[in-house]
Design a protein around this ligand. Structure first.
Ligand code: SDX
Length: 393
């Protein structure tokens, strides 16, 4: 019940809800997850139907405005997104400056997105209209920054956006500098749609905490990017692929996983705070990865087969009641490798996909009347101490 103080779960010592597990922080109409059966809905629509028949633009519109767009609405939304793809020269200079130096492109993405605010004369305008325009700018520009980072990593020049292309097609064009096969673009589009939103995950929560102080939308999205970077969250997609590459081939999977589990290591791309059944997004991408076992490239075939074997071994080794199944990050690797995306860009792409979700939750939280998010903690330190001067210690 809203407003009801959740009583600490039985067996939760001293009322501390570690990691805010099971704590509800707001009412929301954006995303419903049933973790017990592995179901996910965006604004009431099953994600399976959106992933097979929609587009990233349509999903973004749905998340932001709460309904599917009509034909004119969608065309208008696509035009407004396309019109906001360019980034100022100062941003591409930051990218050029930092890519060679930064160990992780997520630092460059975070810096560049934060810097975008300095070029937006509406950055501090908290009106509904201005914030609505900033959502569009951020959805478009974060993808442009990610593509520009990819080009810089390749030592190639910045590619200007092509307004005639859809969001994901343009993103891939700006990253690769040429048009790609439809099947590869469709798989990346599916990933963008499936990673667009996921209720109050850590990065969305972080964006909401920032927004709850009435800071601005650029700061909220920058908080989301900084939070997504962690390997327990967004960067698990890169870690999972590194694991598959380290395993090398399906025949090595059993020994590798057995050893890792014996050392109580977490297998990247598995497990989830909410899903105790198979992550429905992973189920959708699993099918695509299965198909990659016949891909033209030997490396992709090997990756796909190794991923399927890791999944089989995990299923064998971990009792189903533990609820540890593949999550969306596990299958990202083979998909992005097939689409020619370098491993270091996986999490920046995840961030680019998640901007509509971050923006939708921030806008909804503000529209609900906002409330500063400020939890408590149980103090267990010393009390009753008195200060003594350094010469008395
Ligand atoms: C994303 O929240 C979201 O919605 C996130 C996300 C989104 O779209 O925004 O879905 C995207 O971040 C997906 C998750 C990506 N992260 C990983 O794949 C990293 C590996 N996964 C784990 O670190 C872990 O599963 C978490 C962090 C995702 C969830 O961990 P919890 O809920 O804090 O649970 P826990 O770490 O306390 O684990 C509970 C038990 C432990 O065993 P016991 O100590 O009880 O014996 O399950 C075990 C853990 O050891 N366990 C795993 C495991 N995940 C949990 N054991 C082996 N491998 C794993 N991956």
């Amino acid at each position: 019940m809203p407003g009801q103080i959740k009583k600490p779960k039985e067996g939760v010592p001293n009322g501390v809800m570690k990691g805010l597990e099971g704590v509800m922080i707001a009412e929301s109409a954006i995303c419903k997850i049933d973790g017990s059966v592995g179901k996910l809905w965006y604004r009431g629509y099953p994600v399976e139907e959106l992933a097979s028949g929609s587009s990233f633009e349509e999903v973004s519109y749905l998340l932001l405005y709460g309904k599917l767009p009509g034909p004119e609405e969608l065309e208008g939304f696509k035009r407004s997104l396309a019109a906001e793809r360019r980034v100022p020269r100062g941003i591409t200079d930051i990218i050029a400056e930092e890519v060679g130096v930064a160990a992780d492109p997520m630092h460059v993405l975070r810096t560049a997105v934060s810097a975008l605010a300095t070029y937006d004369n509406e950055a501090e305008d908290q009106s509904l209209e201005a914030n609505g325009r900033k959502c569009i700018r951020l959805i478009s520009k974060v993808s442009t920054v990610t593509a520009a980072i990819g080009r810089e990593m390749d030592g190639k020049g910045h590619v200007e956006p092509d307004p005639s292309l859809g969001h994901v097609d343009n993103f891939m064009y700006m990253m690769h500098g040429n048009r790609m096969e439809r099947h590869k673009l469709d798989l990346v589009e599916k990933m963008f749609m499936l990673q667009a939103e996921h209720s109050t995950n850590a990065s969305t929560f972080s964006a909401m905490v920032t927004a709850s102080t009435l800071s601005d939308l650029y700061s909220s999205v920058t908080s989301g990017i900084a939070t997504l970077k962690g390997p327990l969250h967004g960067e698990a997609d890169e870690a999972a692929l590194r694991m598959l590459l380290e395993i090398g081939k399906p025949g090595n999977a059993e020994a590798y996983i057995t050893k890792a589990l014996a050392k109580k290591e977490k297998i990247m791309g598995f497990g989830h705070r909410v899903y105790k059944a198979y992550d429905p997004r992973a189920k959708i991408m699993r099918k695509e990865v299965e198909g990659l076992r016949n891909a033209a490239s030997e490396e992709v075939r090997e990756l796909a087969s190794t991923a399927m074997e890791v999944e089989r071994v995990m299923k064998e080794k971990i009792p189903p009641e533990k609820g540890i199944w593949p999550n969306i990050d596990f299958f990202a690797g083979p998909i992005y490798a097939y689409a020619g995306i370098p491993i270091e860009l996986f999490t920046p792409i995840f961030a680019s996909s998640r901007v509509p979700g971050w923006c939708a939750h921030v806008m909804e939280y503000w529209a609900s009347g906002n409330k500063l998010i400020r939890p408590s903690e149980l103090y267990t330190g010393e009390t009753g101490l008195h200060y003594r001067r350094i010469d008395e210690r």
